[in-house]
Ligand binder design. Sequence first.
Ligand code: BV8
Length: 233
Amino acid sequence: MRFQKIVVLTGAGLSAESGLGTFRDKGGLWEEFDLEAVATPEGFARDPARVHDFYNLRRQRLGTAKPNAAHVALARLEREHKGHVLTVTQNVDPLHEAAGSKNLIHMHGELGRVLCAACGASVAWVCDLSTATACTACGKAGAMRPDVVWFGESPRDMDRIYEALLVSDLFISIGTSGSVYPAAGFVAEARAAGAHTIELNLEPSEGASLFAEAHYGPATKIVPSYVERLLRA
Ligand code: BV8
């Protein structure tokens, strides 16, 4: 076994073959919706109903989505690899957990949870949210928002992520365009720590030149075969 401490970063491309839309591909969410209006605190303050509609639609689309072979391969890697595997996902869907990944950080939050701005409670939530929804913890109505990280907000568990990158010897980036920071900067952190870096994506990302190795193709093909190679090494 060559690598002891593996950090995996995933993006929307990992869930594309589970039927969930990506953001920046052709026909992606940012073609259909205005990022500023639906994924910023300013947009939420300006028109909360419009933001609730955006996340209600994505929560409804989650209903039928199942983990694909790439999610399953990553859960297998965590289970069978003798070293340490941490998966950091930019995705807000629950498909990593559904496939069995446990050592997982949702750095951009979770679509299946909502946050009360009045009392700070984060609760599991599968139905629609509206400006009238009352908090199940404090009872206050009208203070609920999706428990996700918008542009301009701080991603979650950044200390834990940087600590893992600092001691990593393998960094694998899967299904991300490398256009959103700080996630897009993780490959540079891993390289500085001396880690081997690999990109598994449909096509070269914005940060492609920063990776020591790359394999391109659909995640359900290239991720299981790379995990197989890792586990046999
Ligand atoms: C922060 C919300 C401070 C949840 C999201 C200028 C320079 C640098 C940075 C900035 C800047 N101006 C502003 C910033 C900061 C800003 C930023 O990066 N803006 C960008 C646009 C420049 N970042 C922030 O505001 C972040 N906060 O910086 O706080 C801070 C910093 C450090 C420490 C503490 C505090 C907050 C960013 C989070 C924003 N929220 N989403 C939701 O609604 O989902 S971002 C959104 O983009 C999603 O989370 C998504 O995951 C993320 C990244 O997109 P990708 O996952 O990469 O998806 P994309 O569609 O882009 O690409 C898909 C890829 O998959 C493609 O490459 C495609 O080829 C591939 N693919 C497709 N199909 C397949 C496939 N691959 C394999 N198989 C397939 N089948």
